[in-house]
Structures are given as structure tokens and as C-alpha cells.
Write a new protein. Sequence first.
Length: 456
Amino acid sequence: MAKIIMYPGEAKKDAIDWKEVQGQHITAVRRNILVLGSGGREHALAWKLAQGEGAQVFIAPGNAGTAQVGVNVNIKPSDFEAVKDFCLKQEINLVVVGPEQPLVDGIVDFIKGDAELRGVKIIGPDKRGAQLEGSKAFAKDFMEKYGVPTAKCFKVNKDNLSEGIKFLEGVKAPYVLKADGLAAGKGVLILNDMQEAKDELVKMLDGKFGAASATVVIEEFLKGIEVSVFVLTDGEHYVLLPEAKDYKRIGDGDQGLNTGGMGAVSPVPFCTPDFLNRVEERIVKPTLKGLKAEGIDYKGFIFLGLMNDGGDPYVIEYNVRMGDPETEAVMTRIEGDFADMLFACADGRLNEVHYAKSEKTAVTVMLVSGGYPEAYKKGMIMSGLDNLKDVVAFHAGTAFDANKNVVTAGGRVIAVTAHGDSIEEARGIAYREVEKIHFEGINFRHDIGLDLMRLQ
Ligand code: AMP
Ligand code: GLY
């Protein structure tokens, strides 16, 4: 970490943070943090990290929103050599990886294995650990081996198709088919009709999702309500970050196509201390024990996609990163210096940090482009962003045009997060402010949090 010691009267040009105590300039710590990614999740991470003492945040490649809290760097997260060059040039102390792909592709192994990057810490699992998300078959084997509650499953490929069909015939509808590998969030099919399930299974094995569906996991359908629980671990210690509920379908009342996420609420009323205690005992602890037993060095986020079936948690999926749009709610409820927490995590000292969550409820509404999650237009000029009050607007898919206007640049465009003492209050503020934002084709769900209000 670049430590800058300043003395009275001394001006050091690269000092970005210093404190004056009783007339004396004292030791200041500069922390250069590189966040990889360009969505709402990365804006929320960068926003929170930038509030850390002495933190200077860079975002690669970022968006029009991240430019307000740090410096955007025109580097693709998949270009590891360019990431390395930037880390060296900018004396980066910590890299925080937003999306899963660079983790699955081994960015942690790359950085940890490079002698020139010895001083650079990184948040995220290595390539083996990232298989928890990168391969559903790996994740299911892992859960079975370490006794983590999850749906019963069968792994099928072209060589054991007839056994796969037999398993399918033995489970009740709806039928859950999952591509083993990463398929841009589209690799899960849930079908009511047995014949359709069999046909889709064959199509998947024939390359419907490319190599990602050469193996398919057939799963029993889990009943219940979903919740996203986030764990930050240094491999030895862990903290439970605020949990959140995501709204995945495009339409009100959970109708229509699946999306990357249309909104989030945190905390989730049914996540009582008792439920979270079950999550820790039945899922978090066995998971960390398993990672250790497998010799996997895991310093980063574990996102547990859970089903709550009458108070009993089951793992639907592991992700090895934070959720989007959950992060846009979760980050606003973490109190204290999140940069400190991540440095401590990377150093294996997570037990030393003090961590608290705000008691407030956060409601996040995602504004999307008309047509999303199918074809949509880009480059629509956005207005109203400067008039927002009492909310944080995290940019998900925005850019600047040649005239420095903020324009849409993705399907999910901007996430508006409001707070209140109840879901009702936070929803009221969020939707009041959403009305101020305009761009051609704007679309959003009107019912974020409504289902949970009934449980409050
Ligand atoms: P995944 O990509 O694994 O998150 O799956 C996408 C969505 O499919 C999940 O968020 C759930 O809503 C649903 N899903 C996946 N697996 C199951 C299951 N075994 N039972 C019920 N729903 C599931
Ligand atoms: N919101 C779900 C995800 O990030 O995968």
C-alpha cells in the first residue's frame, strides 16, 4: 500500500488524502482500487469503495455513472495483460472483480501468479473456486460432497442420455434443465411439459447454448421464495452482507421473460435471525469447510441463490460475485469503510474488521430500455438525472455521447435506490423519483417489493 507521510508545510503532489490533526499533517494512506466491470453492480461497488478513507477508485471500463465516483479506464476486464499494465502504471493496491467471466477465466490466478504484481491484492476466487459458478455440475458435486442442501439432480451428456431421460421421467413437473457452463444467464429452462423437456434436453446437448450445454444438469423443482444471501470470506472468516430479493421477470407480477434483474429489496422480511442462522449452519459453514478441504483459496464474495421452503434454505445456485441489481441495494446498507473490509479480506484478516448494516430498507427499481430483454435501441438521451432527490441512481448501461450527454447504452439502464423505515416508505420515494427520469422507450416494473410488504 502506498503510504505517504506528510509533514507540516510539505506539499506532496501525488498525495490524494491527508489529515490535519492539531495543526499537524499526519500519515495519510492512499489506496488505489481498480473495479472491473461496467454495470450497476460496479457503479454501486465503486460508489461505496470511493467513500473509504484515502480511496481512489478506477473502473474498467465503467460507464457514465462510475465517472462520477472515480476514473474510468478504457480496458476490457477480459484483457488481463492490459489490466496488469494498468495496475503497474497506476500503482493499484486492490482489484475488485465485478462479473463472473474474468474469475472463471482465471484473473485471480493470473494476478497472484505474476511476480511483478506481487503487491496487488485481488478480491475473488481463483479459477478452481470460480467453478462454483462456472460449472453447475461442479457445484452440484461439491454440494453433495459437503452436505449442502440443494435440489436432487442428474448430470447428463450425450453418453448417458437414456439414464438422464429415466431421471426426468422419475421427477414431478416442472422440469428444470440447466446448462453446465456459463450461458449469459440464459442457460436454465423450466418446463411444464415432459415431452417438451425431453426435446429441449436433446437440443441443449446438441449445442443450444454452445459448449456450455454439452453437459446438462436435470434438477428437481424447488418450491418456495427466493432470496440472495451474500457472504464475504477470506477463506477462514466470513461476514454475512445484507441479503436481498431480486425481481427477475420483465413484467409486473413476475410475468414474461427472464431478465438480468428488474429490482431489489433489502432486507428481506422472511430472513429472520433464525432463518439466517440456518443459512450459516447448513450452508455457509459447510461451503467454507468444503472449499478448505478442496484446497481452494477463496477470498471474495459468495452469492448464495437460495430457496426458502417453509423456513428451510436450499441452494439453487452459487455465484462467485455480487448480484446485480442486488448490489445496488446491498451496498447502500453497509456501514463503515468497505475498502477497509475488502483489504482485510484480501489479507485474511476479516475477523478484525468492524461491520454493521443499516436498519433502513432499500428498494431498487431498475429502468430498462423498451424491448429488453430482447432487442432494444441504444443511444437514447437521458434527462432528469440532475433533479433526483433522496435516492442514489446507479448507472447500469449508460455512456456519454460526443456532446457529453448521458445516453442509454444497454438493456438495463439505471437503478434507482431509495431508503425508508419500511418497504412501503422506500418504494414511495423510489417510484416518486423514477418519474423524473426520461428516455425514449423507458420501462420498469411497478411492483418491486409489493409481495414482501405482505410479509412485513
Ligand atoms: P439459475 O441460473 O441457476 O439462477 O436459475 C435461474 C432461475 O431458475 C433461478 O433464479 C430460479 O428462479 C429458477 N430455478 C433454478 N433452479 C431451480 C430449481 N431447482 N427449482 C426451482 N426453481 C429453480
Ligand atoms: N441478480 C442475479 C444475478 O446477479 O445473477
